[in-house]
Design a protein around this ligand. Structure first.
Ligand code: PLP
Length: 345
């Protein structure tokens, strides 16, 4: 794309952002009398680094992406919302996405009073790129793609996504929340080539840190700069920044967890295949299985009675009759299988 700036809402392009005390003086080791903080109760008395530089440098080295291409937010959900607020004029602009997919894209569109157009996936859960692009018009600013897709659990064709990036006159946001479970390459490697590509990743899944709320966006430095200009000044608190840095010291945990989950995913898959009442288990590239049952409501309720909670996706287009089951620990998965066996007796 020639000019990302021309895609921005006019008020955002002209915005003078809030300048915090910590923006104006960035050094360490000083007497801080600039932010009206309480001088006692260290370290919680101090405002966090608004741009999370220490954490970003660590992430930059893990991901092989320069700091200027990294945004950190209060979950990936913050990044999704900021993209709407930066690029979509309420009541006028729209975003285009696939269906079925992650529910937050539509909710954020609705909250921001931005149009939301959905292109149904094909029967094998791939993007109908021609159809999706035919939904776009002059007012379409964002395209949301999720791969591996939630709830269908499969990787979408890289070729198709690149086709969208090359042929859509706006930003293409690729949500890679589950990429660590897929073995597939992240599209981070394509960022240099495409200034309209935005990649979302999260610490909520493979990294096991959903509770600290930390999401990443990788994009052209212009896009990252804009997101930083409009976010809350201190959007990632010090507890989150510290905990993330601690957990990023040793990457072997993540690798161990991912391997364990993948092993359990294939075990669950294999065990469910022989279960009466199971119609179909869809191929998964994520940490969950989409399973079609003869009587999903009854299975859902039975499991609920056993205090085993799965997600009912049986009314979702293309997922009719399906429950979405997250891969748990070996003990949790055994409890699930035990309950299903008991039920079919
Ligand atoms: C779980 C999930 C996320 C993670 O969102 P956070 O706000 O980072 O916890 C993002 N995208 C998809 C598709 C997800 O399923």
């Amino acid at each position: 794309m020639e000019d990302i700036n021309s895609l921005l809402r006019e008020n955002i392009r002209n915005l003078v952002p809030y300048s915090s005390a910590r923006d104006e003086y960035k050094g360490e080791e000083a007497i801080f009398l600039d932010a009206n903080e309480n001088p006692y109760n260290s370290p919680f008395n101090r405002y966090p680094d608004p741009l999370q530089m220490k954490l970003k440098k660590r992430i930059a080295s893990i991901k092989g992406v320069p700091v200027e291409r990294i945004f950190l937010g209060n979950g990936s959900d913050e990044a999704i919302d900021l993209l709407f607020r930066a690029f979509c004029e309420p009541g006028r602009d729209n975003a285009v996405s696939i269906k079925p997919t992650y529910g937050m894209y539509k909710v954020c569109a609705d909250i921001n009073h931005v149009g939301y157009r959905e292109s149904l996936l094909t029967e094998d859960f791939q993007v109908n790129t021609r159809h999706l692009l035919s939904l776009a018009d002059q007012q379409s600013k964002l395209v949301f793609i999720c791969t591996p897709n939630n709830p269908t659990s499969n990787i979408l064709s890289l070729e198709d996504i690149l086709y969208l990036v090359e042929n859509f006159d706006g930003l293409v946001i690729v949500d890679e929340a589950y990429m660590d479970f897929s073995g597939g390459p992240s599209m981070i490697g394509n960022l240099q080539q495409y200034n309209n590509l935005v990649i979302l990743q999260t610490f909520s899944k493979a990294w096991g840190m959903a509770g600290i709320r930390l999401g990443m966006a990788f994009a052209d430095p212009m896009v990252i700069k804009t997101m930083n200009r409009i976010k809350y000044p201190y959007n990632v608190n010090i507890l989150t920044q510290r905990t993330a840095l601690d957990n990023l010291q040793d990457l072997t945990y993540r690798d161990f967890w991912v391997n364990q989950i993948l092993e359990q995913r294939s075990y669950l898959q294999q065990q469910l295949e022989n279960m009466p009442g199971v119609k179909k288990i869809f191929h998964s590239d994520a940490n969950f299985l989409m399973v079609r049952f003869d009587d999903p409501r009854r299975v859902f309720q039975y499991l609920m009675d056993q205090k085993i909670i799965v997600r009912d996706r049986s009314k979702v287009p293309l997922c009719e009759g399906c429950l979405r089951i997250t891969v748990g620990t070996p003990a949790e998965n055994a409890a699930l299988l035990g309950a299903l066996k008991q039920m079919s007796k």
